[in-house]
Design a protein around this ligand. Structure first.
Ligand code: PXP
Length: 259
C-alpha cells in the first residue's frame, strides 16, 4: 500500500515569515488527516526556521495517525525527540545555509554519531528511519546502524533534466529498494515529489511511505489542504490499481481468434 506522509513544514514557513500565529501547522495536520494523510511529518531544525518547539509538542500530542519527526543528530534535538516520543524519527542531514534538506544523510561517514542515536531512539520505542541516497553502501550501512527503515532521497529522479537521467535515477531507486527489502528494512521515499512525477514510483508498489511537502502545500493555496492531500492520496492509489491492471492484462491467457 502507498502510504502518504504529509510534510507540513511550509505551513510554518508562511507563519514565520511574519512571526505571527497563523497559519498554524497543527491545524494543517488536522486538515491533512481529514484529507486522508497516513502520517504527518515535520522537521524540527536546529535553527527553528519553520517548525517551533511548541508545534512539535502539540503535533506529537494531537496527531491521530502517525507522527514522523525529521531531525539531525544534534544533542538538543535528540533530547526533545526522546521527550516527545513521536511514532517515527527520520534522521536527516542539516546545514544552516541550505534552503531545504539537500541530499541524504551520509551514514557511512557519520556512522559513529548516528549509531548511538538510533539505539537511544529505538530504546524509547521510536521507529527509526534514515534519509539516504539510493546507493548500495548507504543502504547497507543504514541496516548495520540498526535503522528500522530507510527513506530514499528522490531528488536525483525529481530534478533530472533528461529522460535518460530520470531513467537512471529510477534504476538506482529500484536497486536500493530491493536491497533495502533484502536486508529487512522498510523503504520510504521522499523529496521533490509532485503530482506530476510521483506516478512511476507509486506504481512500483514497493515503497511503504511517500513523504511529500512542498508540492502539496503549494497546491493547497488554491484548493485547500484537505483537497490537495486527497488528490495526492488518490493519485498514489490509482497508480497502484493501474499497475495491477496492466500486470493482469500481461499475464492473461491470450484468446485464440477463430476467424
Ligand atoms: N523527506 C525528507 C527527509 C525531507 O527532508 C523532506 C523535506 O525536504 C521531504 C521528504 C519532503 O520534500 P518536498 O518538500 O520536496 O516534498
Amino acid at each position: 500500500m502507498n502510504k502518504l506522509g504529509v510534510n507540513i513544514d511550509h505551513v510554518a514557513t508562511v507563519r514565520q515569515a511574519r512571526r505571527a500565529d497563523e497559519p498554524d501547522p497543527v491545524w494543517a495536520a488536522v486538515e491533512a488527516e481529514l484529507g486522508g494523510a497516513d502520517s504527518i511529518t515535520f522537521h524540527l531544525r536546529e535553527d527553528r526556521r519553520h517548525i517551533q518547539d511548541r508545534d512539535a509538542e502539540l503535533l506529537c500530542r494531537s496527531v491521530a495517525t502517525k507522527v514522523n519527526m525529521e531531525m539531525a543528530t544534534a544533542a538538543e534535538i535528540v533530547r526533545i525527540a526522546l521527550k516527545l516520543r513521536p511514532t517515527q524519527c527520520t534522521l536527516v542531514p542539516e546545514r544552516r545555509e541550505e534552503v531545504t534538506t539537500e541530499g541524504g544523510l551520509d551514514v557511512v561517514r557519520t556512522r559513529a554519531k548516528v549509531k548511538p542515536v538510533v539505539r537511544r531512539l529505538k530504546r524509547a520505542g521510536i521507529v527509526t528511519s534514515a534519509f539516504i541516497e539510493p546507493l548500495e553502501a548507504q543502504v547497507r550501512q543504514a541496516a548495520d546502524c540498526g535503522f528500522d527503515a530507510i527513506e530514499l532521497w528522490t531528488g536525483a529522479y525529481a530534478h533530472a533534466r533528461t529522460e535518460k537521467a530520470q531513467g537512471r535515477a529510477l534504476e538506482d531507486l529500484v536497486s536500493a529498494l530491493e536491497l533495502g527489502w533484502s536486508l529487512g528494512l522498510t523503504v520510504h521515499a521522499g523529496h521533490g515529489l509532485t503530482y506530476r512525477n510521483v506516478e512511476p514510483l507509486a506504481a512500483m508498489g514497493g515503497f511503504s511511505e511517500f513523504n511529500i511537502g512542498h508540492s502539496i502545500v503549494a497546491r493547497a493555496m488554491f484548493t485547500g489542504l484537505r483537497a490537495a492531500v486527497r488528490e495526492m492520496k488518490d493519485l498514489l492509489d490509482r497508480a497502484l490499481l493501474k499497475a495491477a491492471a496492466l500486470d493482469q492484462a500481461d499475464h492473461a491467457p491470450h484468446e485464440h481468434r477463430h476467424d
